[in-house]
Design a protein around this ligand. Structure first.
Ligand code: FE2
Ligand code: FE2
Length: 183
C-alpha cells in the first residue's frame, strides 16, 4: 500500500490563497465540479474499453465512477448554496490528460494513470479536510470526498502493476508540470 501523501508547502499556500478570495474559491469549486463529472465519464470509458463484464475490475470501476458522480452532486450543492449554477465550463486539466491518457494501452496502464491522478488530487483535498477554519460546508463535503478518493487511489493501484505504474510515471510528471503542480 502506498504511503499517505503529505501536504506540500505548495498545497498549503495554494489553499490559503484560494480560501481567502471568494472569487478564487468559487472558480476552484467549479473546477472541482468539472473534474468530478468528467472523472466519472473517463472511468466508465476505461471500464468499457478494458474490463470484462462480471470481472472484479469491472465492478470496482463501476463503483468508483458512481462515487465520482456523487461527488459532483455534493460539489454542485456547495455551488448552489453560493447562488451559482453548477456547470461544466473550461477544461484546464485537459493539458494533464493530454499527457497521460495516450499512455493507456490496457486495463493495467489505465488504472496506473488513475492511481497517479488520484494521488495528486489527494494532496490538496487532505489540506482542506485538515483545515478547521475552512468554510464548514466545504470542509464537510471534502472530508467525505477524501475517504472515497483514498479508496480510489488504493483500488486503482491494486488493479495496476508495478510495471504499469512505472511506465506511466513520466507522463504523469510531465502532466503535473503543465498544470503548474511541480512537487
Ligand atoms: Fe471524486
Ligand atoms: Fe476519484
Amino acid at each position: 500500500m502506498a504511503a499517505k501523501p503529505k501536504p506540500s508547502r505548495d498545497s498549503l499556500r495554494w489553499w490559503e490563497e484560494t480560501r481567502s478570495d471568494s472569487e478564487h474559491l468559487v472558480d476552484w469549486l467549479l473546477d472541482q465540479y468539472r473534474g468530478e463529472v468528467t472523472a466519472a465519464g473517463r472511468i466508465e470509458h476505461l471500464r468499457d474499453a478494458y474490463a470484462r463484464p462480471g470481472s472484479r475490475a469491472h465492478r470496482v470501476l463501476t463503483v468508483i465512477a458512481g462515487q465520482e458522480r456523487r461527488h459532483a452532486d455534493w460539489v454542485a450543492g456547495l455551488l448552489i448554496a453560493r447562488g451559482l449554477e453548477p456547470e461544466v465550463r473550461g477544461e484546464p486539466e485537459a493539458r494533464y490528460w493530454a499527457r497521460t491518457l495516450p499512455g493507456i494501452a490496457d486495463l493495467e496502464t489505465g488504472c496506473a494513470v488513475g492511481a497517479h491522478a488520484e494521488r495528486m488530487r489527494l494532496e490538496r483535498i487532505e489540506v482542506i479536510a485538515a483545515d478547521t477554519s475552512a468554510p464548514p460546508d466545504i470542509r464537510d463535503v471534502f472530508i467525505r470526498i477524501l475517504v472515497e478518493e483514498r479508496f480510489h487511489e488504493r483500488a486503482f493501484r491494486a488493479l495496476a502493476t508495478q510495471e504499469s505504474l512505472e511506465r506511466t510515471r513520466e507522463a504523469h510528471a510531465l502532466g503535473r508540470e503543465v498544470l503548474g503542480l511541480v512537487p
